[in-house]
Design a protein around this ligand. Structure first.
Ligand code: ADP
Ligand code: ASP
Ligand code: MG
Length: 436
């Protein structure tokens, strides 16, 4: 059995839903994970945001607009009156549910309930459509099996027991359909796996059912060697190992959710990135591949802040770094990159929500300055240190661009450089020219 995950653009219109139904039909008896239709989660976030600000009319207007869109999709998608009526009823129920939430009190739990509706609607539509075209698809409600523990990590045992039971109960199904992104948390409230988290759902499911392969179907033919949103003439990378894929996902390659790699890696299940719009394209396969001595791709992570803590006695004073790290832990801020010298340490963060208090506390250990609006550009590949010349190539490509910080040797897979965000485009282009 395989797991096939289709992203938002893949199911973003009636036409796309029909197209994906064809791919599902052709692929056989698998588990299919769907995202919300493109734009829906953003709109639901907007609705929850209006609500959090007490602007109920704003939330209602946005909701009405979304409702119209879904009605138009239903009218275009279904030909048989029975399927059309079923879809109208199911989607109507979802909108009534959101409407009731909008009229009530705002809380974080309410906002999570609102965000969950996109995947519930896309899977309901696909299920009715598959049934309409004669495929016996069975909907596996993610909220019946997907759950995180007290640390926010997937509770693999719980997921395994629940999901396997559901699969066993439906032995005559042609295909299983389920929601990505949504889950219950450890206290049983509706929650989610963070934006873009449907990839993570697919990987968790793949690991739990010991799938033959996890396929992530999206709107591009695999992982490209640079960010196609900023650089022209990028090309798909045929193969990556799990570590390279994890580095790329974490450092900005939006095609893959950063957490998606680990469950597949641990279970040693290949992840294939495929293009819904060009299903015959080879795409990218991520697997436990042996080292090949090649640079694979470049990615960039935005909204980085570099924090420097200067102290006269850093290396001699043991325990200094410990205190610094402890302070980051206290302020629940994780560190992306670091560079040290005898007189100081610089670390980068991508979450500024506790910056003021963090900096205030760090001042106990030295002089603190920070640079905002930075970017990490990251070169990823088989960069084992015995391989010669890769670091020189990467640094030389950025010779005219001020580099705030460099990190190399933390793993065998990555050279990272921190630059100003205004230099990002130029840096990505030059790296492509120099490396590929
Ligand atoms: P989905 O909705 O299917 O989950 P996403 O928008 O999350 O799709 O991811 C696909 C997008 O990722 C592509 O359209 C592309 O713009 C972007 N992307 C960023 N970096 C890369 C990369 N290195 N290779 C391929 N796509 C990338
Ligand atoms: N629908 C969710 C989002 O837009 C999850 C996903 O698409 O993976 O973030
Ligand atoms: Mg995505």
């Amino acid at each position: 059995m395989k797991v096939l995950k289709f992203g938002g653009t893949s199911v973003g219109s009636a036409e796309r839903i029909k197209h994906v139904a064809g791919l599902i039909k052709a692929s056989g008896r698998n588990v299919v994970v769907l995202s919300a239709m493109a734009g829906t989660t953003n709109t639901l976030v907007e609705i929850a945001d209006y609500l959090s600000k007490g602007n109920v009319p704003g939330a209602q207007e946005t909701l009405n607009h979304l409702n119209l869109k879904y009605n138009a999709v239903i009218d275009e998608l279904f030909v048989t009156p029975g399927a059309h009526a079923r879809a109208k009823a199911v989607i109507g129920e979802r909108f009534s549910f959101i409407r009731a939430l909008v009229r009530g009190e705002y809380s974080l739990a309410v906002s999570k309930e609102i965000l969950a509706q996109g995947e519930l609607m896309s899977t309901a539509l696909m299920n009715i459509y598959l049934n309409e075209i004669g495929i016996k698809s069975v909907l596996l409600p993610a909220l019946d099996y997907m759950r995180t523990d007290a640390n926010g990590e997937p509770d693999m045992r719980y997921v395994s027991v629940r999901l396997r039971r559901l699969l066993d109960l439906n032995r005559d199904a042609d295909v299983f359909l389920t929601q990505g992104y949504i889950c219950l948390n450890s206290v049983g409230e509706v929650d989610n796996l963070k934006r873009g988290g449907s990839d993570y759902s697919a990987s968790i499911i793949g690991a739990v059912i010991d799938a033959e392969e996890i396929e992530i179907w999206t709107d591009i033919d695999g992982m490209h060697n640079n960010d196609p949103r900023y650089v022209e003439n990028t090309a798909p990378v045929g193969e990556l190992n799990f570590e390279e894929a994890a580095e790329l996902a974490y450092f900005g390659a939006k095609i893959l959710h950063p957490n998606c790699v680990l469950p597949a890696k641990l279970a040693n299940i290949p992840v294939r990135l495929l293009n819904t719009l060009d299903p015959k394209a080879r795409g990218t396969v991520i697997y436990n591949m042996p080292p090949d001595g090649k640079i694979k791709a470049v990615a960039a992570k935005d909204n980085i802040t570099a924090i420097k803590i200067k102290s006269g006695r850093m290396l001699l004073a043991y325990g200094f770094l410990h205190k610094v790290f402890e302070t980051f832990e206290k302020h629940q801020t994780s560190i992306d990159m670091m560079a040290t010298s005898e007189v100081g340490v610089t670390v980068t963060i991508d979450d500024e929500s506790h910056l003021a208090a963090l900096v205030d506390d760090l001042k106990n250990f030295g002089t603190v300055t920070f640079d905002r609006d930075m970017v990490i550009v990251c070169v990823v590949g088989d960069l084992e240190w015995h391989n010669r010349g890769f670091e020189a190539l990467a640094v030389t490509a950025l010779r005219d661009i001020p580099v705030r910080m460099i990190s190399y040797g933390g793993s065998n897979y990555n050279i990272s450089m921190v630059i100003r965000s205004s230099d990002k485009l130029e840096a990505l282009k030059r790296l492509s020219e120099a490396l590929f």
